[in-house]
Design a protein around this ligand. Structure first.
Ligand SMILES: [Fe+2]
Ligand SMILES: [Fe+2]
Length: 168
């Protein structure tokens, strides 16, 4: 496929790092900055590099979501909680997009997905990730060791929602 399929003018990052995305939890914010950067690299890629960059974004996202899922498991979330479920769905959609990009050379689909991720991410970060950050701070979670320093702050039962006010 030729590079002329997607006009260069459209190859702009739709999402930029800003204070609105800061959750004041360094180990989460650092990963989110990397996500925004890899997404921008995907959106601005020439067609020849698009799938390689999208693959790098998926690998990073797999790791990013996997870590958040582990923090949730360490702090009383059920494995079927809605935040982890959303991670699974998003990763599945990304992988399906990559498959279509590779097998059908459907690069416009991959670009469309990247644009949608730029819309989805701030919503996810400001709701589910923000609720998780608050929860982790409240229970004194150490992401390095997995130790919960304030176990008394953990709820009695398992958490099935995302832990936020909008999702219980
Ligand atoms: Fe996240
Ligand atoms: Fe998340």
């Amino acid at each position: 496929m030729s590079d002329t399929l997607t006009p260069t003018a459209e190859r702009q990052a739709s999402l930029h790092w800003s204070d609105a995305l800061v959750l004041a939890l360094d180990f989460m914010d650092d990963t989110h900055k990397e996500f925004v950067d890899l997404l921008a690299q995907t959106e601005t890629a020439e067609d020849a590099e698009l799938l390689e960059r999208f693959t790098a974004l998926i690998d990073h996202t797999d790791d990013h979501f996997g870590r958040e899922d582990r923090w949730m498991e360490d702090t009383q979330f059920s494995s079927s909680n809605c935040h982890s479920t959303q991670h699974n769905v998003v990763l599945q959609v990304m992988r399906e997009g990559l498959r279509r990009g590779r097998e059908d050379n459907d690069l416009p689909l991959v670009r469309e997905l990247a644009r949608e991720l730029g819309i989805w991410f701030p919503q996810h970060a400001q709701s589910m990730d923000a609720a998780l950050a608050l929860h982790l701070r409240r229970v004194g979670y150490d992401a390095e060791t997995g130790v919960v320093h304030q176990p008394d702050a953990l709820p009695e039962g398992q958490i099935h929602g995302c832990g936020g006010a909008t999702c219980s």
